[in-house]
Design a protein around this ligand. Structure first.
Ligand code: ADP
Ligand code: MG
Ligand code: ZN
Length: 499
């Protein structure tokens, strides 16, 4: 197939308006799978967490996981959806080797939550509302491992291995209504939506929302319509885009590619596409099947779900503080301007700072650690701030050690380095690395005398009344004590010794 003609992004926008539709699958972190008692954990020895039910063996019967239903309802409520009074599961029939039952148990035309919305904060500070069509319950499939091919995909592989540990893991699929009116911000809106949804799900503690491990997966539907018209074009669905950045890139790429097809007078093929991280391009997958193809029918082995009003109200009352509520609260509590708040949100620091404050740190210190030293470390490692291997509680502990005088700022940075290097908790790093403030004056006096003796001309200046010259000696003492001295005390001692 010849390479697609890509249209320059500005020209795409001169000619077309994009329409988006985002489908996000989230794996719930319930203790057990959706319809059986097998443990729900990531990875593990292949096929070690399976039973007759999730393997679809004859005679086995599913039972709904109540915790899974509760999580689904919480998600629906947090997304401002209506929780329906009655719903049920259906069988979505198709064959795929990683799906041993030959059908997926999924909600089809009767989802548990419908008609919600999620407000996004964009980089420029504006708010964009995405309407949610539905959030429904289903189960995950197993995993195929294609061996022998160059790409790890099925094409060119010699054989495939199957692992059913993931088969039956509870999934919630959250589907947006068509998103119109984004214009040039379409890729940004797509990314901001998945980010906001991830933060929301994390605050609900229903999933560990790890895109890299597949517990949060996004399919991006994109179509274009000629500017000034309002009838949607044919869409493509780019599957399993595995990072926030990829969501943005995939949407942008599809817009440019589809514009090329349309401007050449050809038609968009309704199909799934695969996003390639390395090249940032999409390639054709399968032609899109329609709902009829799946021969959906109501699942006869499961009773319908009828959440009582009382249950819904109870769950609504137990929802934790949601990200936007937290934003409002901390803005007031920390007296932040809109701009300061936006900078913290854009830097991905706000939730981390808030969690550090919750763990007992003063907000000023918590802010300063996350936006300066830790942001620097994240940049050095080229990872997002929230993927640094340090927790808010650990940062709070380091701040506490500084406040109590046990660590200087310099030593505190070394303690943080140790935590980031996987050396354990802050206290363990402090002990193992011997990071202790030298507060014993006699040890400091020895170091001060040595430094004065090593730089006699500087010592003379200080004795002659040039107090500013003491800085050089302070520096030398700090170096000699590997930053373990209290600089203020060192200065006092220098002035005493030179008076
Ligand atoms: P499917 O079963 O094909 O995945 P869904 O209804 O689950 O269909 O999801 C389709 C997604 O695409 C929804 O978010 C929907 O709002 C969106 N969508 C529908 N039509 C279009 C279109 N023409 N262009 C872009 N997105 C669309
Ligand atoms: Mg879908
Ligand atoms: Zn099982």
């Amino acid at each position: 197939m010849s390479a697609p003609t890509l249209v320059n992004y500005d020209e795409v926008l001169e000619r077309f308006d994009p329409v988006l539709g985002l489908e996000v699958h989230v794996e719930l972190s319930t203790a057990t799978k959706m319809f059986c008692g097998c443990a729900n954990e990531f990875g593990g020895e292949p096929n070690s967490r399976v039973c007759p039910t999730c393997l679809g063996l004859p005679g086995s019967l599913p039972v709904v996981n109540e915790e899974g239903v509760r999580s689904a309802m919480k998600i629906g409520l947090a997304l401002n959806c209506e929780i329906v009074p009655w719903c049920r599961f259906a069988r979505k029939n198709y064959f795929y080797p990683d799906m041993p039952k030959n059908f997926q148990t999924s909600q089809y035309d009767e989802p548990i939550a419908v008609n919600g919305w999620l407000d996004l904060e964009l980089e420029d500070g504006s708010t964009f509302r995405v309407e949610i069509e539905r959030a429904h319950m289903e189960e995950d499939t197993g995993k195929s491992l294609h061996v022998g091919g160059a790409t790890g995909r099925i094409h060119g592989a010699d054989y495939s291995l199957l692992d059913y540990n993931r088969a039956g893991v509870p999934l919630i699929e959250i589907v947006t209504k068509p998103i119109v009116g984004t214009g040039e911000r379409a890729p940004q809106v797509a990314r901001a939506y998945v980010t906001a949804l991830r933060d929301l799900l994390r605050s609900l503690e229903v999933s560990d929302v790890r895109m890299d491990q597949g517990s949060l997966r996004c399919d991006a539907n994109v179509s274009l319509m000629p500017r000034g018209t309002s009838e949607f074009g044919t869409r493509t669905e780019t599957k399993n885009v595995n990072s926030l950045r990829s969501v943005e890139r995939a949407v942008r790429y599809e817009m440019s590619r589809q514009a090329g097809v349309l401007l050449a007078g050809e038609a968009i093929v309704q199909e799934t596409r695969h996003f390639d991280e390395a090249s940032g391009t999409t390639s054709a997958g399968r032609r899109k099947e329609t709902a009829e193809d799946y021969r959906y029918f109501p699942e006869p082995d499961l009773v319908p779900i009828e959440p009582s009003r009382q249950w819904v109200d109870e769950l609504r009352a137990t929802l934790p503080e949601l990200p936007w509520q937290r934003r409002k609260r901390v803005q007031t509590e920390w007296a932040l301007s809109d701009e300061e708040l936006r900078d913290l949100v854009n830097a991905g620091a706000l939730d981390l700072i808030a969690a550090t404050v919750d763990a007992g740190a003063p907000s000023g210190e918590a802010r300063s650690w996350w936006v300066s030293y830790l942001t620097q470390q994240a940049n050095n490692r080229a990872v997002p701030l929230d993927e640094l291997p340090i927790t808010a509680a650990q940062v709070a502990r380091v701040i506490e050690l500084v406040a109590s005088g046990e660590l200087t700022n310099n030593l505190a940075r070394q303690a943080v380095d140790g935590v980031l290097a996987g050396e354990g908790e802050p206290d363990e790093v402090v002990a193992a690395r011997g990071l202790k403030v030298v507060s014993d004056d006699s040890a400091l006096i020895t170091a001060v005398d040595e430094a004065l003796a090593a730089q006699p001309d500087v010592a003379d200046k200080i004795r002659g009344g040039k107090v500013a010259a003491a800085g050089a000696i302070v520096g030398a003492v700090m170096k000699a004590t590997r930053g373990q001295a209290n600089a203020q005390r060192v200065r006092e001692l220098i002035l005493e010794r030179c008076s």
